[in-house]
Design a binder for this molecule. Structure first.
Ligand code: BGC
Length: 380
């Protein structure tokens, strides 16, 4: 984290002053961060919405409910700002009917087969919320909890620190897991997410963000050109559980080593695409040594918007919004049909606790889980 302590203290005082006065808290500086109420949960817990704005007017709105990125406005090739993430206009949509739009995911991104695994010889049973399987942290994952927020402010960036204590036994996971996520919006149009966590008992952790992007801001994403820095992927079975193999993408519709339109091969008669109803797979990143490296680049030809994804993680789940089916009406009354958004979830591989050949997701007391991902925007 690169926020000097004095900025945090200053901001804390301004925020406190704002809170005492009630209503909207505004910090008059560029870049800036504002807080406003976003409604209440069913049990009447207040939820806040923070608006982070950089010196170019790029804006990220993030709520304390699920740490959700509610909107993200970035320029097209003519400098026009447009919202590039799917979601709802208000809290209610997120509370009642969200396929993880924009949310923080934990303790485990993606599936764990039958929700069961062994750790240090002890068997654990997690909540089964996706058929027999465990998906995205269970029935009440990190996407559905209220995070404690603290605004952060630096010379060239603004940030929002979110913390959550996941108790021993929550959704079946062992250990009290203390989690911190920092969203940082920089003046060079990058949204950085730093995740960290510690535990008091041996456990597993695999955190990510589940934003659905659409760089055109509307319509389907089949014309977006995607490049993935990955020569291999992890094939799945019918239930979308990895078979354990690391297969070459060469000669298959999974090959995105060169920029290719998402829609170019999505309807091919390919077993993996049939199982996923499109792309819903984990790619094995070539640079997966724990250092921040380019993982993906995506270009949308009409708006000219480009998003580059950098991560420290070994895998990236590319999901082409296959389960969107027109039943959700999102922001600005747009109906989200199949392939109207795509996710690039940087993480460890699905079902890692059941595959000893996959990079480990276990976390011991005394260790710190860390992951950093950057979504960097430009236009061409
Ligand atoms: C998974 C999909 C799942 C979706 C939920 C993705 O991360 O890979 O299989 O349906 O999340 O919205």
């Amino acid at each position: 984290m690169s926020f000097p302590k004095r900025f945090i203290i200053t901001l804390g005082l301004v925020t406190l002053f704002g809170s005492l006065c009630g209503g909207i808290t505004t910090i008059e500086a560029k870049p800036k961060i504002e807080r406003q109420p976003f409604g209440k949960t069913e049990n009447l817990t207040p939820v806040d919405l923070y608006t982070l704005t950089n010196d170019k007017g790029v804006e990220a709105r993030i709520t304390t409910y699920g740490g959700i990125i509610v909107s993200l406005k970035v320029p097209d090739r003519n400098g026009r700002l447009g919202d590039v993430v799917l979601g709802y206009d208000n809290l209610e949509g997120y509370l009642t009917d969200s396929p993880y739009f924009g949310a923080l995911i934990g303790r485990y991104g993606n599936r764990i087969a039958k929700g069961s695994f062994q750790l240090g010889g002890t068997p654990y049973q997690l909540a089964q919320n996706n058929g027999d399987n465990h998906l995205h942290g269970g029935v009440v994952g990190f996407d559905k909890v209220i995070w404690k927020a603290k605004a952060l402010w630096g010379e060239d960036e603004v940030g929002l620190q979110l913390t959550y204590l996941s108790h021993d036994g929550e959704e079946g996971y062992p250990g009290n897991l203390s989690v911190t996520v920092v969203y940082t919006l920089t003046n060079n149009n990058a949204l950085k997410i730093d995740y960290s966590a510690t535990t008091d008992k041996k456990t597993i952790a695999n955190l990510t963000n589940h934003s659905y992007f659409n760089l055109a801001g509307t319509g389907d994403i089949l014309g977006h050109e995607l490049m993935l820095k990955a020569d291999r992927f992890t094939p799945v079975d019918k239930g979308l559980i990895p078979t354990g193999e690391l297969s070459s993408v060469e000669g298959t519709p999974m090959d995105f080593t060169k920029p290719t339109a998402i829609g170019a091969r999505i309807n091919q008669n390919d077993e993996q695409l049939i199982y996923g109803l499109g792309y819903d797979h984990n790619w094995v990143l070539n640079n997966s040594g724990g250092k921040l490296a380019l993982a993906a680049k995506i270009f949308e030809p009409i708006s000219g918007r480009v998003m580059k994804v950098y991560t420290t993680q070994p895998g990236i789940q590319f999901y082409s919004g296959n389960f969107l089916d027109g039943s959700i009406t999102g922001k600005n009354d747009e109906i989200y049909y199949k392939h109207f958004g795509f996710c690039l979830e940087t993480q460890h591989f699905p079902d890692s606790p059941n595959h000893s050949n996959f990079p480990s997701t276990s976390l011991n007391p005394g260790q710190r889980y860390k992951q950093t991902t950057i979504y960097k925007f430009s236009a061409q």
